[in-house]
Design a protein around this ligand. Sequence first.
Ligand code: FAD
Length: 407
Amino acid sequence: MTTTLGPGRGVAVLVDEEAVVRVKAVIVGAGMGGMSAAIALKQLGIEVEVYEQVTENKPVGAAISVWSNGVKCLNHLGLEKETAELGGIVDSMSYVDAFTGETMCRFSMQPLIDEVGQRPYPIARAELQLMLMNAYGFDDIHFGKKVVAVHDDGDRATVEFADGTSDSGDLVIGADGARSLTREYVLGHPVERRYAGYVNFNGLVEVDERIGPATEWTTYVGDSRRVSVMPVAGNRFYFFFDVPMPEGVPFERGTAREFLAAEFADWAAGVQTLIDKLDPATTNRVEICDLDPFHTWVKGRVAVLGDAAHNTTPDIGQGGCSAMEDAVALQFAFEDNPDDVSAALAAYQAARTERAGDLVLRARKRCDVTHGKDPEKTAAWYDELRHEDGTTIIRGIVGNIIGGPLT
Ligand code: FAD
C-alpha cells in the first residue's frame, strides 16, 4: 500500500493498487473542538463521521472570546471571512472600580494586534458553532447519537451508541467535552474535576454605553468578583458575572436578575444597568471547574481533543482556542503521517500536551488572583490596575496566544 498526497497541504489517500482506501475518523462530540477537527481532517481527504448526543445545535453558554491564536486556526480552516463577520470589534480594554465606577486603566488593543498579527474576536457561541457545522456540512452530523462505550481491537476503533448501534474507524477522536467518556477510556480510569471556587453567570444583551463603550472589553472588579462586557456582532454585548461561592449551592433557573441584584447591590451604576437589561430566562449559570493537566491523550487508535483533553477555567479565555489548536495540530500530524495512524496520533500528542497543560495552569493562576484565593494578592492586583498602561496585561495575553501550531 502506498500513499499519495494531493496538491498543497494535501489530500491523504491510501492507494491499494486497485482499490482506493481512505482513512476514516469517527469523532465523538460536535462542539467547537469536534467540529474544528472534523473540518481539519476532511480537508486532508480523510473520511469523517461526527456523532453528537444532543438533537440540535444548542451550546451551553452565550459567547466566547476567540483570541488571536483561535482566530488564526479558524482562518486556517478557511473561515476567515465568516469569523470576522461574527466577531465583535474590541479596540480597547478597561478595568473599572466596582464601587465608584472610576476607570482604573484603559488601553488600546492595537499593540497586541500588531504583535501577534491577528485581531481577537468575541463570538456568540451558537453562531460560532453553526459556522463550524455549516463549514463541515450540517446535514452530515449525526445528532441524537450518545456514545456509551469506546473500544479498539488494534485494527479498528469502535464507538457504541445508546440506541444499540455502533460505528468503527481507523481512529476515534473523543471531543466529548469536560465530562468525557473517551478520556476515561484513554486514561483507563475516571478523573474528578476540581471546582475552581466560583460560579459564572453569562448571557447576551444589547449594547448599552452606560455599561461600557461599544468597542471596549470593560471589566468591573472589586471584592474578588468580576463583571465584564465585550462586544459580539449584531450590536450585542457578551456579559458575565463571576461570583465566588461554595460548590453545589442550589439555584432556580430564571432567577438570575434577583440573585445578581442582591449580590451586586452596592456596585457601580453600569453594573446596575446590566442587571436591569439582562434576560434572566437566557442567563446561564456555570460552576467553574478544571482538571490537572495530563499527558496521555492517546490509547491505540483513540485520542482525546478539546475539553476532554484539557478542561480549563475560562480565566484567560483559552479553552476553546486550545481546542481549535488541537484540531490544527491533528491535521498537521496526519499530513506528516498520512498512512500511519499510530505515528500521526503520537505526533499529535507530542505537539499538544505541554502547550495545552500550560494554558490550564496559567488560567488557574489568573483565576486565583481574580477571585481572592489570597486576598492580599488580589488587593495588590487592584493596585497594579490603577497604574497599568496596558503593557503588562498585553504581555500576559500575548504569552497565552503564542506557542500554538500556527504560533
Ligand atoms: P464542548 O464544547 O463541551 O463539546 C463537547 C460536545 O460533545 C458537546 O456537544 C456534547 O454534547 C458532546 N458529547 C459529550 N458526551 C458525548 C457522548 N457520550 N456522545 C456524543 N456526544 C457527546 N474558551 C475560549 O477559548 N474563550 C473563552 O472566552 C471561553 N469562555 C468560557 C466561559 C465559560 C463560562 C466556560 C464554561 C468556558 C469557556 N471557554 C472559553 C471554554 C470553552 O467553552 C471550551 O473550551 C470549549 O467549549 C471546548 O470545546 P469542546 O468541543 O472540547 O467541548
